[in-house]
Design a protein around this ligand. Structure first.
Ligand SMILES: [Zn+2]
Length: 308
């Protein structure tokens, strides 16, 4: 799932040394795997308090602007305090807890623990290698491969599996999409669509919205996130590319059902390809507002491997 990259940090180096892996991402997975195995947890999201206490950390949910915070403690029964934003959805809280536990697992952090403040988690921000690897740990803590892959295999590589797995493993739909593609069991992609403007319209809105006569252009469904695996990784689905109002994707917005069928999708450079798609609306509460959001599973064939 993750592209090969050059690593520079002491954190990445020490993760490799500690695990015998050449790739820090694989190393971070091993660190998370060891922890969930030591605690003998098959569904860690249901017992994150136990997992945290194994790292001598206690969890506290508080009112805060940030997603999470890790505070080293001295002279108490615990070595760390993990503070989590109490207003976040449970799946998001779970990921943030996993991320903060991830910090405690980083070998160089353990040598000299210092406070970590995370305005957001699950950003997969490659600029900070430690933050990126903590997201890797969080995903593996919530969705241990040894449990997640057989479960996915039994559910089938279809859109219904997304919500089933998210529920089972206590992870968000986006984290679950990543987990599904990371498992690499087939050739498919998951595209997340949200309503929005194209870049130039956004810029225009910033300058013109102060004039009364300015009328905002209608928003369209646009690609926000893409997760892919297998042969589907050969296709590039451009970011923020819109889809027509009559498309199967936009139709899913007005339905409780899964909308299936062949659909042309943009693959960049002005080209389109025909794919078999399954789309379902999963609205998202953001800043107190309910926002529409569509998840599409994109396949090369309409013969989708279903549950066994
Ligand atoms: Zn962090």
């Amino acid at each position: 799932m993750f592209k090969p990259r050059k690593w520079h940090s002491e954190t990445a180096l020490r993760v490799c040394q500690a695990t015998g892996k050449n790739d820090p991402v694989e190393g971070a997975v091993v660190l998370a795997e060891r922890l969930t195995q030591e605690c003998a947890l098959s569904r860690p999201s249901r017992e994150l308090g136990k997992l945290a206490s194994w790292r001598a950390a206690k969890i506290e949910e508080i009112a805060m602007l940030d997603a999470g915070r890790l505070i080293p403690l001295f002279g108490t029964d615990f070595d760390f305090l993990i503070q989590i934003n109490e207003s976040h959805a449970q799946a998001k809280k779970n990921f943030s807890i996993g991320h903060e536990i991830g910090h405690t697992l980083m070998p160089d952090f353990a040598d000299g623990p210092q406070e970590r403040l995370d305005a957001e988690t699950m950003t997969w921000n490659e600029e900070s290698e430690e933050e990126f690897l903590c997201d890797v740990v969080a995903a593996e803590i919530l969705m241990p491969r040894r449990e997640f892959i057989p479960y996915l295999s039994s559910c089938g590589l279809q859109i219904q599996s997304l919500s089933l797995l998210a529920e089972e493993f206590g992870s968000s739909l986006e984290a679950t999409s990543l987990g599904m593609t990371r498992a690499g069991l087939g050739d498919f992609a998951v595209i997340v669509w949200e309503l929005g403007w194209r870049k130039s319209q956004k810029e225009e809105s910033l300058t013109l919205s102060m004039f009364e006569e300015w009328e905002a252009p209608p928003t369209k469904y646009r690609t926000q996130k893409v997760y892919s695996c297998g042969r589907m990784s050969d296709f590039h689905f451009p970011h923020n590319k819109s889809i027509e109002a009559h498309s199967l994707i936009a139709q899913a917005a007005n339905s409780d059902e899964v909308i299936r069928g062949w659909q042309e999708l943009s693959v960049g450079a002005g080209k389109t390809e025909n794919f078999y798609t399954e789309s379902k609306a999963f609205p998202l509460r953001r800043n107190g507002q309910l926002e529409q959001r569509i998840f599409t599973m994109v396949h090369l064939t309409d013969k989708i491997p279903t549950s066994k």
